[in-house]
Design a protein around this ligand. Sequence first.
Ligand code: THU
Length: 126
Amino acid sequence: QLCERAITPNSDFQVAALLEVAGGTALMPGVNIECSNWQLGLCAERMAISRALSMGYTRKDFGHLYVVAPKSDYVSPCGACRQVINEHLPGQRIYLYENEEKCLSVTIKDLLPYHFGGDILVKQPE
Ligand code: THU
């Protein structure tokens, strides 16, 4: 149902993401939103994370992330989403759905080994 809200004039490939917030008592939805300028499209995963952050939730509120794309065998987050997931969902499980019954359960450690992260950016003394 959430996929029906995706706006996909370019790809016709709908993706929906649901991020658990508030101890799993609520789900933050995200869908992919494409634009006439193809470069400006937004992915479902980053949409869900950004919405949750802008509503005041923080990393400690985040639970599992569920992702589904009905037109593919299973969906796997793009590189940009992996980087953002690494920043905000470092240990949470990510469920990549193949269909309603079957999914792959991974963490960002599986999807983005040898990552670059903010922890590497040590602030220099002034
Ligand atoms: N897309 C997502 O929203 N999430 C993914 O994990 C993979 C790809 C979107 C981006 C674009 O709107 C469409 O799917 C085709 O790449």
